[in-house]
Design a protein around this ligand. Structure first.
Ligand SMILES: [Zn+2]
Length: 360
């Protein structure tokens, strides 16, 4: 029996090699000596299907494969998963005709025959570097709402897009909404909706309809900011007829003063002064948004603004300012990019538009 790590594997490696003997040997070394989880595929097409379907920490591939050149494979891998580390096994790294071309694809080269020690050391180095790069590229997102369902209506699609991009997402809801139905049921619904988005939920307990703009609202938000350390915050707009929404906005502006990127979402109670300049396409996340909102079952029967037709047609309308068919609009309070606290991300497909809705 092979010695195995007591903990979870140190990383998942996909090995593509058409030589069954060599592939079997490399897999064994990486498993037993490296503690990695290894899947061995004999050809590039099968490997690409694996890359499409699952997540990996390292691709280790032979340079010559049936049906596809090494360069072709790397181009396709790069298009699928740009940040996946790749190591290429080659017979003669210094003279191989393809090495020059492949070097530009940012791959690491391992010359055959390779010792078990060097293989494990290289694999460990590449897996760790890849993980560190991915972690550095991640955002930590905090969405702050006054009541259960506020954040879902305003930004569920954007939060789902963040989650899909590998970002950590948290939701802070300041009150349990006692005026809007049974408190315990709404807390359960909030948990469930956060689950649909893949977000962690923080549920405060301020007085519904009496949320102040000072303390304890500011200190409540402060506590969660300290714990979550967000790089981007989404919260209410001040352009809103609901006093709780305005006060949460004002408290959040104080508590989030050190967060580099702060955006305000649209609530059903927004006024005509709500003027978004930041639009996030949510085509792939509309269904998830509707599902998250549908969770608030105790409300959907009594609140017209939770109507799925209204939610999706609102998103459809805002897409006129960006790419795609559905979008969520945001007022940008601060979009500091390049600093340690924030940077531009593909979640926002388009730069803010100079055109301001309402001015023609
Ligand atoms: Zn609300």
């Amino acid at each position: 029996m092979e010695a195995s790590e007591p903990d979870r594997p140190r990383g998942r490696i996909l090995l593509i090699d058409d030589d069954p003997a060599l592939g079997g040997y490399l897999s064994r070394v990486l498993r037993t000596r490296g503690g990695f989880e290894v899947v061995h595929e004999p050809d590039a097409a099968a490997g690409l299907r694996r890359i499409e379907a699952q997540s990996w920490d390292l691709l280790l591939t032979d340079i010559e494969l049936p049906g596809m050149t090494g360069l072709e494979l790397l181009e396709r891998v790069h298009a699928l998963v740009p940040d996946l580390p790749v190591a290429v096994l080659t017979g003669h790294a210094s003279v191989d005709y393809a090495v020059t071309a492949l070097r530009s694809a940012a791959a690491e080269f391992l010359e055959k025959p390779i010792s078990a020690e060097l293989l494990v050391a290289k694999a460990t180095e590449l897996v760790e570097a890849g993980r560190a790069a991915r972690a550095a590229g991640r955002e930590t997102v905090l969405a702050i709402g006054a009541h259960p369902d506020d954040v879902e209506i305003g930004a569920a699609g954007t939060l789902a897009a963040h989650q899909a991009a590998g970002d950590r997402v948290a939701i802070l809801t300041m009150s349990r909404g006692s005026r809007g139905g049974d408190q315990r049921m709404r807390a359960r619904e909030s948990e469930e909706a956060a689950g649909v988005i893949g977000a962690q939920l923080f549920l405060d307990d301020l007085d519904d309809t009496r949320i102040p703009e000072g303390d304890p609202t500011i200190s409540g938000i402060d506590r969660v900011i300290t714990e979550v350390q967000p790089t981007v915050v989404y919260t209410h707009s001040v352009h809103d007829v609901h006093q709780d929404h305005r006060n949460v906005h004002r408290a959040a502006m104080v508590a989030c003063r050190r967060v580099g990127r702060v955006f305000c979402f649209q609530s059903p109670s927004a006024t005509v002064d709500f003027r978004p300049t930041h639009f996030v396409p949510i085509d792939e996340y509309v269904e998830r948004k509707l599902k998250a909102i549908d969770v608030f079952g105790s409300q959907t029967g009594v609140r017209d603004y939770l109507d799925p037709g209204l939610i999706s047609s609102t998103a459809r309308y805002w897409s006129r300012y960006c790419a795609g068919r559905y979008a969520e609009p945001f007022e940008a309070i601060r979009d500091r990019t390049g600093g340690p606290l924030g940077r531009p991300r593909q979640v926002a497909a388009d730069p803010p538009l100079a055109f301001v809705p309402g001015q023609r």
